[in-house]
Structure formats: structure tokens, C-alpha cells
Design a protein around this ligand. Structure first.
Ligand SMILES: C=C(O[C@H]1C=CC=C(C(=O)O)[C@@H]1O)C(=O)O
Length: 456
């Protein structure tokens, strides 16, 4: 199919003093987001997009972006932005956990992107007007106006911004009243699924598997996605707050970060509720063989799955304890270097980011060991289509840099944003107790429940 070439213009900007992306979000209707510690990228509108499904979904999406990015004519007003990851035309990505999911895996190229990374701030506007004269500059200001933004002398503001920048703070931005209801199954169904998983482990059919459940939050009006993301980005600032398609949340787990040939990952497995004190939690995680085994299985799965595409890879050892506002996790950071291969013309190339993510997915933090046995057993016991939950979520820029988190601690918007289906799961190993795992799912649902103002 013939697709028209796209034009992209990136401009360096400033914002009012003290105003960052989380302050702008409640007034915007983002179509993509990726934020950590107040920095990141937010997308508005859609310039182009694609969907894929089945076992070829990673390859199909990778192929689309390889072709599409080569068709974008880029202009930048500042060389300082040249090597900033995520700057310029960037797609937001969400890939389903299972190749058998009925949900779509997708890439979205927004029409407008606002970014802030390492002190650099910018807007990128992508022209969707195929009939426009390619020699005429893009009307960046007019495009921004359509999204409620104003760019004057290089300063980006909301058109109807509050008179005092301090009142950008979204404390007052409210959400409609919400109600929590049971998901696809009852909590008893989850207890039975975990008990059956423990039995399969006792029969030595597998060593570990991750079992999830869902819960539904409904409202009488559409939920403001920008407000939900802004709240997550503030409360869970150390996590990666994400939106791609209909999936959003704040994940603490990084599947792969790619910066040219450099690769990094953060593996989490092993959890203790934050209601326990720090010293006690450290003991419960670092000195419990069950938690250490569950964690080690997840680290080894990532290392062995990435082995074919890396030259060098190493994992921090021993793991450390990561403190989040809702839970503590055992955490291992992994770093490595991607292997170059020769393409058809003999040029040395790096594997596309989506194909690296395909290798890494699914780790035993979201599936199990052996992977194929766990992947077969999970749908039988969960009786759930996870859709994008526990799949890779993030972004890829035109230079091939990418961040793919694991879509955890989040949910999928349904009914035109009037409801959101939340998901949480737990790693099951020998000795796991169903009631403790059910309680752990509540701790993992807490970030979303709290930003949605849901009392449990
Ligand atoms: C499957 C989830 O978490 C995974 C990631 C970190 C710790 C986990 C655990 O301790 O069970 C899970 O493997 C979830 O948050 O829904």
C-alpha cells in the first residue's frame, strides 16, 4: 500500500517556571505517554498507526516502523536535540502478552509530541496533510492550538492556563465518582487457580508460573486519562508511567531500554507489602529461599532469552530491595551490549528494538519456567485474556532507541473511557499460599485504585 511521506518539525521550547509534563497532562487528552521522575514524552492526536496480532505481531510492527520512519522528513531547530533519545518522531507501542490474545498489538505515531529529557525540552509536530506543499514550513503553532497549546517566543503554555503557574498543580483536577466491581471471575476463582498452580509445581510439571486476575472500575462519565497519568507520575515518580493505545499504568519493571547498542533491563520478582517496615521487608525478601528462587528464575529467564542478540550481558548480584509506595520488590539491574550483524548489503546493523523486546518477552516475572509449559497452563487456570497486560509497553524513536517496560500496575480502558479493567498477578512457586497471593494482588492493584479514588 502506498503511504504518503510525512514531515516532522522539532523545536526546542521552554515552559513557565516550575511547570513540567505532569502539570500539563490533566488539561490534555494524550494518545501516548512515558514519564519518569517528571521527564519523558507525551503524544497528542494520531498522525499514523498500525495494528498487528498473532505470533508475527512483533515482526509486523517492527517492519512497519522500519519502513515508516524512513519516509519521514525531519527538521530540527537545535543541534542540541540531535542525540536526545525519544526526541523527534517517536511511536508509542503496546504488544499483547500472548500471541493468542484477541486484543491488538499496536504502534501509534502522534501528531504532536511534547518532550523533556535530561533538561532538554521540545515539541515535535508531524504533518498529516498529504496535499500540503512540501517546500512550505509546517504551521507548528496552528497545530498546537488544535490541542489547546500555545507556543509564543519559544514558550509552551496551555491556552487557558491558570494565571499563576503554581496552580497548574492538578490537585483540584477531579475524576468522576468510581465504583469497584468484580472482574471476570471471583476472588475464590483466583484462590482455586493458585492452588491448582501449586499442585502442578508439586507434580514437577513446572518450577514457577505467574497467575493474574482482573477487577473492574467504572464511572458514570469518561475518566480523564491525563489526570490519571498525572497522578500516577507524581505518586509513583520512580516508576515508568505509560499510555499506549488503551493500556495505562505505572510500571516498576523495565523489559529493555535500548540506546544504540547499549541495553539495560530491571527484573523484579519477589514482593512484600509496603505495610511492613523496611528492615522486616529486607529480611523477608533477601533471606527467604522462596522469594530468592522466584527472583533468580526471573533473572535467568531474561539472561538466557537475550543471549542470542547480545555480545555482553551481566546481572547485578545479589539482588537489592526496591521500595515503592505500595510494595517492596527484589530487584536486579541487567546491562549489556547488543550484537551487530551484517545486513543483505554487508553493512553492520543492530536488531530492531521490537525484535529485542520479542526475545526478552515473556520473562518468568510474568510467565514462568519452563516458559512454554507456563504459557500453556496460564490461560487454562486464569481463564482470562490478559490483552496488553504483562506485555511490552513503551516507545521507539526514529534512530532505533527504545524503552519497553512490562505493562504492570495498570489497566485497560473500556467503554470509551467510562471503565478501566485493572490487572494484577503473582509469581507462584513451591510453597506459595493462595490467600497470601490474593492479598498480594490487592497490594499490586493499590496504585491504580488510589489514583482512581477507589476505596477497597
Ligand atoms: C505480575 C505482576 O508482578 C510481577 C512483577 C514483580 C513481582 C512479581 C511477584 O513478586 O509476584 C510478579 O512476578 C503484577 O504486578 O501484576
Amino acid at each position: 500500500m502506498d503511504t504518503p511521506p510525512l514531515r516532522a518539525e522539532t523545536r526546542e521550547i521552554t515552559c513557565d517556571a516550575g511547570v513540567g509534563l505532569p502539570d500539563l497532562l490533566p488539561q490534555l487528552q494524550p494518545t501516548g505517554a512515558w514519564l519518569r521522575e517528571g521527564e519523558g514524552i507525551v503524544g497528542l492526536g494520531v498522525a499514523d498507526s498500525t495494528m498487528a496480532s498473532g505470533s508475527q505481531r512483533f515482526g509486523d510492527l517492527a517492519h512497519w516502523w522500519e519502513r515508516r520512519r524512513a519516509q519521514i522528513h525531519q527538521v530540527r531547530d537545535s543541534p542540541a536535540l540531535d542525540d536526545v533519545p525519544g526526541c523527534g518522531p517517536t511511536v508509542f507501542a503496546s504488544v499483547t502478552f500472548s500471541s493468542r490474545s484477541t486484543a491488538a498489538s499496536l504502534l501509534t505515531l502522534p501528531e504532536v509530541m511534547i518532550g523533556e529529557v535530561a533538561g532538554h525540552r521540545w515539541v515535535t509536530v508531524i504533518s498529516t496533510d498529504a496535499a500540503a506543499d512540501p517546500d512550505q514550513p509546517l504551521d507548528v503553532e496552528a497545530t498546537l492550538t488544535r490541542y489547546g497549546l500555545e507556543l509564543t517566543s519559544g514558550t509552551l503554555t496551555l491556552i487557558d492556563r491558570p494565571s499563576e503557574p503554581a496552580t497548574y498543580r492538578p490537585a483540584a483536577a477531579s475524576l468522576p465518582a468510581t465504583t469497584l466491581t468484580e472482574g471476570t471471575h471471583s476472588p475464590e476463582h483466583y484462590l482455586a487457580a493458585v492452588a491448582a498452580g501449586v499442585d502442578s509445581i508439586a507434580e514437577r510439571r513446572l518450577e514457577k508460573l505467574v497467575l493474574a486476575r482482573d477487577a473492574l472500575v467504572t464511572a458514570d462519565q469518561p475518566l480523564s486519562t491525563g489526570t490519571v497519568l498525572s497522578r500516577l507520575a507524581r505518586t509513583y515518580a520512580g516508576c515508568w508511567t505509560y499510555l499506549a493505545g488503551d493500556v495505562l499504568g505505572a510500571t516498576p519493571e523495565m523489559l529493555v531500554t535500548i540506546r544504540q547498542e547499549k541495553l539495560a533491563s530491571r527484573v523484579l520478582a519477589g514482593t512484600v507489602d509496603r505495610r511492613v517496615g523496611t528492615e522486616e521487608a529486607r529480611g523477608l525478601l533477601l533471606e527467604d529461599p522462596k522469594q530468592r528462587t522466584e527472583h533468580e528464575i526471573a533473572v535467568q529467564s531474561l539472561l538466557s532469552q537475550l543471549a542470542p542478540v547480545v555480545e555482553v550481558i551481566s546481572a547485578q548480584n545479589p539482588p537489592r530491595v526496591l521500595e515503592l509506595p505500595n510494595v517492596y520488590h527484589l530487584s536486579t539491574d541487567v546491562t549489556g551490549r547488543l550484537a551487530r550483524t551484517a545486513d543483505g548489503d554487508g553493512r553492520s546493523t543492530l536488531p530492531p528494538a521490537l525484535l529485542v523486546a520479542e526475545r526478552a518477552h515473556p520473562t518468568a516475572a510474568v510467565c514462568g519456567t519452563p516458559t512454554a509449559t507456563a504459557a500453556d497452563l496460564i490461560p487454562t487456570l486464569e481463564e482470562l485474556d490478559r490483552g496488553p497486560f504483562t506485555g511490552p509497553v513503551g516507545w521507539i524513536d526514529a534512530a532505533g532507541n527504545a524503552d519497553f517496560g512490562i505493562a504492570l500496575r495498570g489497566g485497560v480502558l473500556e467503554d470509551e473511557g467510562r471503565s478501566i479493567r485493572l490487572y494484577a498477578g503473582c509469581g507462584i512457586v513451591e510453597g506459595s499460599r493462595p490467600h497470601e497471593e490474593l492479598e498480594e494482588t490487592w497490594a499490586k492493584l493499590r496504585p491504580m485504585l488510589s489514583v482512581l479514588d477507589v476505596e477497597r
